[in-house]
Structures are given as C-alpha cells and as structure tokens.
Design a protein around this ligand. Structure first.
Ligand SMILES: [Ca+2]
Ligand SMILES: [Ca+2]
Ligand SMILES: [Ca+2]
Ligand SMILES: [Ca+2]
Length: 244
C-alpha cells in the first residue's frame, strides 16, 4: 500500500470464518486497495484478480468486521478491525486499530470493547472533524452496541476513544451504516442485528449534544423489518437528495 489510495473497497465475510494467515491487505496498480476478512475457501476473498498480497498481517478478522478511516487526520487510511484472532478458537476476541505509517500498520492502544459477529464503522457523529466509532457484536456472553468519541492521542501509541454510553439496542450478527437521512448536517445511524432472540432494524436520529456531556440519539421507530446476519446501507434510491 502507499499514499495514493483513490478509494477503498471493503469486503467482509461476516457469517464465515477463516485462517489468520488469509487475512491480508491487497493492493492493485490502480491504487485501489482491498481489505478483506473471512473464510478459508472463499477464493474471491483470498486472491482477487489483479491484486497482490501486500504482506500486511492483521489480527481480528475471523467472524469479524472492519472499516477504513483516517482517524488521526494525517491523510492516509487506517484500519478498524474486530473479531476472533484465529479459526476454531473463540478466544481471544479483539478489536484493534492499526495506524497507517507509510504503508506499515502499527497497532495503537485503546480501551474499545472486544467483539466478534458484529459490525464496525467510522463516522464523525459530533462533527468535530475526527472519526468516531460505532461498534456492535458479541463479547462471548452478551451483545453490545457502543459509540466511542475520538478524543485524541494519549502517550506514544495510545488513543482515547470515550464510551458515550449511548442507549442503542444491543445487537449481534448485525450490520450498520452512518448516514444523514434527514439532511440536517449530522450523521444518523442505521442498525440491524439480533437483539436477544429478535431480529431488529433501528434508525437512530442524531439530535446533538445533551446535558451532562452526553449525546442524544432518538429511536425513530421506523417501520423497517428486523433482520440479522444482514447488510445495511443508506442510499438515495429515488434520487431526491435524501437517503430514504
Ligand atoms: Ca491516518
Ligand atoms: Ca468526531
Ligand atoms: Ca442527520
Ligand atoms: Ca431519497
């Protein structure tokens, strides 16, 4: 990888699980880079035509989730990844952030919860020009949906992500996407997954800062079917300049 990334494609095999050695970053001559996690036996995930293995080794891609994002605003894409470390072994479960240092990915220290079978995505929910984190999944015994605010570097290799104690429904086996569906300039949340034994789909409206330094996300009670082991994405299907 190099700094000439034009765009990124995220490939994720959520319901599957693979060998640690098969998690890798791929790069092409067109400067389109692919980061993939997933299952041994999915050849299209292992060696897509025209891509070569960059040799980058990451932990946490088994039954995992991932996202690219420049969380420290230095102009290159970094990696957020969660999941098992190795196939067939439920533990350890990790959530890791790798900082891109000229194509070398260096792990940074955070206090983000360790989850698998979930979803992760960078998004600047508080519009302060740095990427925050939404993450869902299992920790081995229960499910979580957590929002972390990016509060900057601490020490040489640490980064502060503050748990906002958001009141989202906790889900596993889900997916999520940030999007400003009401066009008011802030990112809202589309969230799916299994809550207890019930598949859910929730849309949370971002209503800004609340007293006691919290943040208000309001459940819109949207009439959307609940789903799990799913994919969720906003899109302006009717081209009327909104995401619904
Ligand atoms: Ca960066
Ligand atoms: Ca932010
Ligand atoms: Ca909004
Ligand atoms: Ca629309």
């Amino acid at each position: 990888m190099n700094g000439k990334i034009i765009r990124s494609i995220i490939c994720l095999a959520l319901a599957a699980c693979g060998l640690a050695s098969e998690r890798a970053v791929y790069a092409t001559r067109e400067s389109v880079d692919v980061l993939a996690t997933g299952l041994s036996g999915l050849p299209e995930m292992i060696a897509p035509a025209g891509f070569e293995d960059s040799g980058v080794s990451l932990l946490g891609g088994c039954r995992g989730s991932l996202d690219w994002g420049d969380f420290e605003n230095d102009g290159d894409l970094d990696i957020l990844i969660s999941g098992y470390v190795s196939y067939g072994q439920k533990y350890p479960i990790v959530t890791k952030i790798y900082r891109n240092e000229n194509g070398n990915f260096e792990e940074i220290q955070t206090s983000i919860i360790q989850l698998f079978d979930g979803a992760t995505a960078w998004g600047d929910f508080d519009n302060d020009s740095d990427l925050d984190i939404l993450i869902t999944g299992y920790d081995g015994t229960t499910t979580y949906s957590k929002l972390y605010r990016n509060d900057g570097q601490t020490g040489e290799s640490g980064w502060i992500f503050t748990d906002m104690n958001a009141k989202f429904v906790n889900v596993g086996a889900g997916s999520l996407d940030w999007g400003d569906y009401d066009n008011d300039g802030d990112l809202d949340i589309l969230l799916t997954g299994l809550s207890s034994t019930v598949p859910i789909t929730k849309i949370y409206r971002n209503d800004g800062a609340s007293i006691n330094s919290g943040w208000q996300f309001t459940d819109t009670n949207a009439a959307v079917d609940g789903v799990m082991k799913s994919g969720a994405a906003w899109g302006d299907y009717d081209n009327d300049s909104d995401l619904v």
